[in-house]
Design a binder for this molecule. Sequence first.
Ligand code: HEC
Ligand code: HEC
Length: 406
Amino acid sequence: VIARTSLLTLTVCGLLEGITLGVQQPPATQAAPAAPAAPQGPTAAEKYKNIQVLKIRADQLANTMQYFSAALGVQCGFCHVQTTDGWNYESDDRNAKKTTRKMIDMTLKFNAEQSDITLTCATCHHGRGEPERTPPLAQVMTPEEAAAAAARAAQFAARQGGPDAAPAGRGGAPANPPAGAPGAAGRGGPPRPTETADQVIDKFVEAVGGQAALAQAKTRVLKGTVTTRDLVTSPVTIQEKATGEYRVDIDAKQGPIVRVADGKAAWVKAFGNIHDLEGVEAAQVSRPSEFGLPLSFKQRYQTITVGRYGNLDGTETISLAARVSADVTEQMQFERQSGVLRRRLIQTRTPFGNLVETVDYSDYRDAGGIKMPFQIKYTTWNQNSTEKISEARVNVPIADAAFAKQ
Ligand code: HEC
Ligand code: HEC
């Protein structure tokens, strides 16, 4: 029975992959805080039953557990016991949990002694339960890596005055700036952008319909499909408001899955059970959404600065770096020419390392007087889902009941 239960859990996790959640939006009326307030609250040891080594706040526990799972490429059940009655997180019946306490000790001690080196779980584990004990064997290069290695060898030979002097490169693409670009000399890297953050945002606003049209768009209903990393495709419907309420319905083969974030709380309903989400998992419900973003930069982010020029699949981009909260930062890449948003990279800090997610937007089309991406790819440590929208309607009335927990 236990085996069946865990299988079910795994299936739910797989199915949930496409769903979403966006930046947890602060209520529209809330002013952006000036600086992250010093976090406070009960410790994990005070709130939970069996905390022996973690010295963190209770509100950091959920994200820390997500980070452990991500760093080792496992699910909660790798370290915790699940019975037919549900999870028994305080139990120490799994060896992996006991080993983890030693790992936490080791990591904390190391970091306390070394001020200039930071060890994280991912440093060694890199998405595996058991780290490698032996160095990897050499791999055949991809054609791109081989071409880059040949170019480096030729450069080296030209400098040394003989082709035989070329070193055996390790492979990998060269990080050269485009020839002739200003700033291409010296340490390299693209030139510093001349645009201000406001100019990048203004151009984005224009690119997706302009201030007036965007301000008119209060709700959005999207229909299409979502394909998860197990290559299963299911019909999906997304209902959302510009003020941040968000609901996604996935019509999965095993039964419907609903995820909702109402701006304050987030939950998932699958197989008839409702489960509240906290921490980064709550933020993930509406993460893929960009609806309302063009006009809400000031509310969503505490600070926004211009990053650098870059390139995404051959398209020139410019990036902005923004802080969402004390623990969450975002990097956004916009097309330099068209101005549209192409990628967001979200990093959530935990006491042991960062959790990373990306959202990729493409196939921008007109719908209801504004422009929006009809393909959204969302990638996290355990999900990889692609939404393909086939029908987008703006200002369709959405009943409040859609966002009520039921
Ligand atoms: C790599 C191992 C590992 C993974 C994976 C892991 N945990 Fe933990 N978890 C621990 C350890 C170790 C503790 C106890 C820490 C201590 O003693 O200070 C703990 C404690 C907890 C507690 C506190 C229980 C109590 O009352 O004492 C909860 C709740 C919890 N984990 C939830 C989760 C959830 C949910 C997941 C999956 C998202 C998860 N954990 C994944 C190792 C893990
Ligand atoms: C310096 C490298 C290093 C770091 C940092 C590290 N680990 Fe490990 N970890 C190992 C090695 C090596 C093993 C295998 C130990 C053995 O079996 O000899 C291991 C084993 C484990 C295991 C047991 C795996 C199994 O198959 O039972 C868990 C769980 C684990 N580590 C969790 C963590 C967590 C969580 C962190 C961060 C708090 C962490 N580790 C940080 C190197 C590391």
